[in-house]
Design a protein around this ligand. Sequence first.
Ligand code: ADP
Ligand code: ZN
Length: 512
Amino acid sequence: MTADPIDILRTTFGFSGFRGVQQQVVDRVLAGQHTLAVMPTGAGKSLTYQLPAVAMPGTCIVISPLIALMHDQLRAAEAVGIRAATLTSVDDNRAGTIARFRNGELDLLYVAPERASSGYFRDMLGQARLALFAIDEAHCVSEWGHDFRPDYRLLRPLLDSFPNVPRLALTATADAHTRADILEQLGIAPDGLIVAGFDRPNIRYAISPRDNVTRQLQALLDEQPGPGIVYAPTRNAVERLAEKLGDGGRPVRAYHAGLPPQVRAQNQADFVASEDMVMVATVAFGMGIDKPDVRFVAHAGIPKSIEGYYQETGRAGRDGDPAVAHLFWGADDFARARQRIHEVEPARQSGERARLTALGALVETAGCRRAILLRHFGEHPPERCGNCDNCLTPPKAVDASVTAQKYLSAVFRTGQMFGTGYVESVLVGKSSERSLTNGHENLSVWGIVEGEEEALLKPVSRALLLRDALRTNPHGGLEFGPAARAILKGEAEVALVLPPKRQRRGRGANKA
Ligand code: ADP
Ligand code: ZN
């Protein structure tokens, strides 16, 4: 006798109804169908396997990549009275857990993926009744995903040895390509895919080029009360920014993997309890933190991918009240990310490159940010959302192809060895000892940019670096990248999005 899912939802979990696609997912699982559920963070993925685990006879095996998260989930499950255990290398009472499993006394058993390859584990699973396999963070199975873990590839043989046990794969982050790959890798039919709506309408997205990031962040802090997170790319950057922003009057804490565990835990606890604190952190911060009233998430540099951006910004406004996500980017972020792609294994490079290109399009667009995000997740959003920077203050788009050609010519004529500052001084004809000694004042590109066009040079150099038309060598010199030729030959346009002139706002400017 299987109890009614709605009853279990109310009595065990204390919820009045399902949210979004939860019911669809639960119904499929209870019907024994393999399923891949793509649901954004906070949409309630855990319930979709916990409820069937309670409703169905037998144990639900949950495969989860991080032991730390497993223990959080275990505590949460036990808190509502679910019989659950973890079986990992750090648990001492493994024999006890195995005995409970054999006796059918567990609704949930959390394990790490590497256990799946052990023959002993497989035999053990054969000794009691299984309700379902829940595969959390299922994108880890795909080389296309942003977080491939070879251990996840070991799951398939295990799953296949229990063909009648339903599989539920769960992920918050998967583009179309990765989804198809997860289905294939885990042996789930394409009609088993369920995708939840990804829109977070209360988050206002804004993306700006970085000039003075401390000042830009301080302006955001002055304007935006309530708790907030500032993501910075490195531990050093975290330390530096935390110190500088600390002078602005708001309580500020830092969080990165280099801090002692007690300090990290204390800072996190302070943040969770606070109503106005700013946490400056690397991406190590945020996983598994349940703080619904985060009012802003800022990025001091580009995230790893659109998925990463969505996940990190998604920590803002979980309570549904208005929140802000502001990304500050520099062309050097893209140049560095491109450099790093050479260091990953060849098989993963094209995926990494595609992710970077998608992120570049989000950053560069004159159109709606939300539309680009949602399209990335396979949705068909309206052209304009009315709640992002580009919808609220449409930027001016200008054709800067000619200026871009002049820029590339100057890089070429000066020998592809000078940095942006020097190249720009040649273009505007600003004489110096260097330009004299180099004989560059006789070049055809000397002083060919004047008047209003000068203002385009910085954004043009950013656009050229972003598109890989220009690259920086290790000494900061500019050289041609693969996209340079088409632009020089007039085959590719360079349209620039110029942010509207920033008005000095009275509000916040003289706030203490
Ligand atoms: P995810 O794993 O998708 O990020 P969780 O499973 O951690 O999300 O759930 C996020 C929050 O939503 C939790 O606090 C959970 O208790 C709550 N929640 C889940 N389902 C429901 C529901 N049907 N009604 C109300 N709250 C829910
Ligand atoms: Zn918009």
